[in-house]
Design a protein around this ligand. Structure first.
Ligand SMILES: [Zn+2]
Length: 335
């Protein structure tokens, strides 16, 4: 049983902007709540879609685009149900951090959540067990965060047991978002992600990383803005028509050999750029040790072959920090 109280009525026609009240009792506020913003737009029968951003508080494009969508979209301009949450882990979004300052919770590792857990776990439980069952599609917009820089991409996630119909529909949808690069994540492990909580209900899950480095630009906001508009048109929420775009390149994120991790603490100087194609054994970059100047630099190499789609942003690294990851173009992703 959730302890979260919604100030919006999900069955009501029209547009409501309100809050999920997440109870959080602490010394400075015994009966306090954490308000999580939520908008509900409903206009008759039609597709039911949940759009979220701020799952990680240091990823901004989706937060901006969904805020504007709430202000601009009127229910008579759409059909069906649209639930919009621009700052899903609100405490993290306000702090501009990946995890919540209230409970150190990483919302995209907290699913299926816990109705009696910390605020992050309460939110995860509410999304997975109350909101996802109400909709056909979840679009969660990410942005790389403070530690990473991504080549912008839209993505969808499968597990090995995802049915053919769900795969094909998800792939068609993600390719329709107008982003030149599309990535497919296929994994058995749930890892606490919203994707697993969505797939569990047989619903379409769309995601994407549209930037990174804890920054935001007019270009990256425009990219997500058109992705959201195209998403709403693809599923029939709105009737917008778009110029056809070239078919996006579809890439698959393969196993652990796609990732390079720092072997030692130091200063990392990358040898490649986002979008470069590399082979197994190629140089990823050098680790330098200014605090031990006589120690030779360490070469970090790629353990697999593919395109560099993500790189670490801050130069200083700890052992185990992800320095880069690869993805591979696929020919026939839908199987
Ligand atoms: Zn993220």
């Amino acid at each position: 049983m959730t302890q979260i109280v919604a100030t919006v009525d999900f069955a009501k026609e029209g547009k409501q902007v309100g809050w999920l009240r997440v109870p959080h009792s602490v010394t400075r506020s015994a009966y306090g709540i954490v308000p999580v913003p939520i908008a509900v737009l409903r206009n008759g029968p039609g597709p039911a879609i949940l759009l979220t951003a701020g799952t990680h508080g240091d990823e901004y494009e989706g937060q901006v685009v969904l805020t504007r969508l709430i202000q601009q979209l009127q229910p008579e301009e759409m059909r069906g149900l649209l639930i919009v949450m621009p700052a899903l882990n609100a405490p993290a979004a306000i702090a501009g951090s990946r995890v919540s300052p209230l409970d150190e919770g990483n919302l995209n590792r907290a699913f299926p959540g816990d109705p009696d857990g910390g605020p992050t776990w309460k939110i995860a439980d509410y999304v997975g067990n109350h909101l996802v069952p109400m909709v056909d599609v979840v679009g969660d917009f990410h942005g790389g965060g403070a530690s990473l820089a991504y080549r912008p991409h839209a993505s969808t996630h499968f597990s090995p047991d995802s049915g053919t119909e769900l795969r094909e529909r998800s792939l068609a949808a993600v390719k329709a978002l107008g982003i030149p690069h599309v990535m497919i994540f296929e994994s058995r492990s749930a890892a606490g992600g919203m994707s697993a909580a969505t797939r569990k209900h047989g619903k379409i899950y769309l995601n994407g990383e549209y930037g990174g480095t804890a920054s935001v630009s007019r270009e990256s906001v425009a990219l997500v803005d058109q992705a959201v508009r195209r998403l709403l048109a693809f599923f029939g929420t709105r009737n917008d028509r778009f110029e056809p775009l070239p078919e996006p390149e579809v890439l698959s994120v393969f196993g652990t050999e796609a990732y390079v991790y720092a072997s030692d603490p130091g200063v990392f100087v990358p040898a490649v750029r986002l979008g470069d194609t590399v082979r197994k054994g190629d140089l990823c970059g050098h680790l330098y040790f200014p605090e031990t100047p006589e120690r030779a630099a360490v070469e970090m190499v790629f353990e697999g072959s593919g395109d560099v789609v993500c790189q670490r942003h801050p130069a200083r690294v700890e052992r185990g920090d992800c320095l880069a990851h690869l993805a591979r173009p696929v020919m026939s992703p839908a199987r």
